[in-house]
Design a protein around this ligand. Structure first.
Ligand code: NAP
Length: 288
């Protein structure tokens, strides 16, 4: 019998991921706190669980894609009210590595299994079913999760025990932040120099200064389109987890600290839901 699959959290990322599972396996039970977000999947054939307890009861593997550490804990606490022993919980949310370790060990003690599997690839990757997944957990559980996640996977690899998926995601966010600053600083400088931004984006983006950020966020900056993508609030959440993890490792992350400081004013002004590419706006109004 194939495992019964469940999905909790049908937001920007979770919605399309659940859609890929449903199209591939033709059977999926879903739950979302705001019930209307499950309507489209329901119309495509997904079963709707009336509660997380019901979702836990209906599933052998439950994928979770919510927001912060405390959200994942809250969701899991309800899921286990209905779940059978040995149920595998796979968390795609980006949370603090230390919280993933704790959750994994609490679940193991209660007879459940846990894999942290944060993703990268953004909303476009989720829609295309082309996500990279950093997995942490026991080898057999990770292998089972990787097999089930094929419908939305570009690459999925085990990084080590529980929590190491989130540590890898932190390393990813540090690199993403550096590329974002490179793009926004370069284009805001070019703007003040009176250069043609489209030309600059093409020339620099195709050379040694190019990056995923140049390719995907460059056009957003040219169009002054601040719809996420990846929001400033989510980016700062991840940077907070990065800086906590860095302190625990005695690792220096000066670039991440600077980026967090530069994004803060935009969030304070009420633009937390803007794309991180809006860092360009903040840099443009800064003076030397
Ligand atoms: P989102 O669109 O805001 O969706 C969040 C989902 O979590 C919604 O379904 C929301 O339910 C649910 N949720 C939040 N707190 C909850 C709680 N306490 N109990 C039950 N449900 C709860 O966020 P997203 O962009 O999909 O991101 C999800 C996760 O993936 C985050 O950890 C994010 O950092 C990570 N991520 C995002 C991206 C990206 O580009 N967006 C890329 C990589 C990783 P409601 O519908 O009721 O609000």
């Amino acid at each position: 019998m194939p495992p019964r699959l469940g999905f909790a959290g049908l937001g920007v990322m979770g919605g399309p991921m659940a859609g890929h599972l449903l199209r591939h396996y033709r059977a999926l039970t879903v739950w979302n706190r705001t019930a209307s977000k499950a309507d489209e999947l329901h119309q495509s054939g997904a079963k709707i669980a009336g509660s997380l307890e019901e979702l836990g009861k209906a599933s052998d593997i439950v994928f979770i894609c919510v927001n912060r550490s405390e959200d994942v804990r809250e969701v899991v606490d309800s899921l286990i009210q209905g779940a059978s022993p040995n149920t595998l919980f796979v968390d795609h949310s980006t949370i603090a590595p230390a919280d993933a370790v704790l959750l994994g060990s609490d679940l193991e003690q209660s007879g459940f299994r846990f894999v942290d599997a944060p993703v990268t690839g953004g909303s476009m990757g989720a829609q295309a079913g082309q996500l990279t997944l950093f997995c942490g957990g026991p080898e057999e559980d990770v292998a089972e999760a990787i097999e089930a996640m094929v419908p939305y996977t570009k690459r999925a690899e085990r990084m080590g025990p529980c929590g190491s998926g989130q540590m890898a995601k932190m390393a990813n966010q540090i690199a993403v932040g550096g590329a974002l600053l490179g793009l926004c600083e370069s284009l805001s400088f070019a703007k003040k120099a009176g250069l043609n931004l489209a030309q600059i984006r093409n020339l620099i983006g195709g050379g040694a200064g190019g990056s995923w950020a140049f390719e995907h966020y460059g056009p957003k900056i040219l169009n002054e389109d601040w719809a996420p993508g990846f929001s400033i609030t989510n980016q700062r959440k991840d940077f907070g987890y990065c800086m906590d993890a860095a302190r625990s490792l005695d690792a220096a992350v000066p670039g991440t600290e600077l980026l967090d400081e530069l994004l803060k004013p935009l969030e304070d002004e009420g633009h937390g839901e803007w794309s991180t590419a809006a860092l360009y706006v903040h840099l443009l109004r800064q003076r030397a």
